[in-house]
Design a protein around this ligand. Structure first.
Ligand code: RP5
Length: 194
């Protein structure tokens, strides 16, 4: 298999519809398949919440015409929220927001040269009039973008509100289960002896 064939195959793998039986309500788009390692955390979180979604690689710089068409038709195709992730001179979220009135959540990718500060600033600093709701750099931003998307959907679809409630409860339980690290009691016993 040539390098080009391999690349195309990998891109098709990322581009698949994640919840094939349901109409996607959320789109995760990203500037490059190299962003997938981070953005799969958004997809996993949406899966956990039962939110139907699709994933596409689309670039503001490398495939501008495809991006325009995708964003322009997103609303009529039934999408309700778009999560857009890009790194470097990250225009993906802003350009997408310019072509749709759907809420667009931007996730700045951690870049090699500037650790994502470039991505963060170019995603967050939108001029007044075209908003992009920007999340944290990298994995936490990817997870929170999914949770935020579900919260937006939750204002209209009760099942996603309930899914977020369960997610929060299980998160709290996990923290409480890990809160006894085994040193608390012996440390206080030692302190009591001295
Ligand atoms: C951006 O450039 C992408 O979103 C990615 O984060 C970054 C690097 O892309 P590759 O050179 O890895 O394709 O457009």
């Amino acid at each position: 298999m040539t390098r080009e064939h391999k690349k195309a195959k990998e891109t098709r793998t990322v581009n698949k519809l994640r919840t094939p039986n349901k109409k996607p309500l959320v789109a995760i788009i990203m500037g490059s398949k190299s962003d997938w390692q981070t953005m799969e955390h958004a997809a996993k979180t949406l899966e956990e919440l039962g939110v139907p979604h699709e994933v596409r690689v689309l670039s503001a710089h490398r495939t501008p015409d495809h991006l325009f068409e995708y964003a322009r038709t997103a609303e009529e195709r039934g999408l309700e929220v778009i999560i857009a992730a890009a790194g470097g001179a990250a225009h993906l979220a802003g350009v997408t927001a310019a072509k749709t009135i759907l809420p667009v959540l931007g996730v700045p990718m951690e870049s090699a040269s500037l650790k994502g500060l470039d991505s963060l600033l170019s995603t967050v600093q939108m001029p007044g009039g075209i908003p992009v709701g920007t999340l944290a750099i990298g994995k936490p931003g990817a997870i929170n973008a999914a949770l935020f998307a579900a919260a937006i959907l939750g204002t209209k679809h009760r099942e996603f509100r309930e899914a977020i409630r369960k997610y929060r409860a299980s998160q709290a339980e996990n923290v409480l289960n890990s809160s006894d690290l085994g040193w608390g009691s012996s440390a206080s016993a030692k302190a009591a002896k001295s």
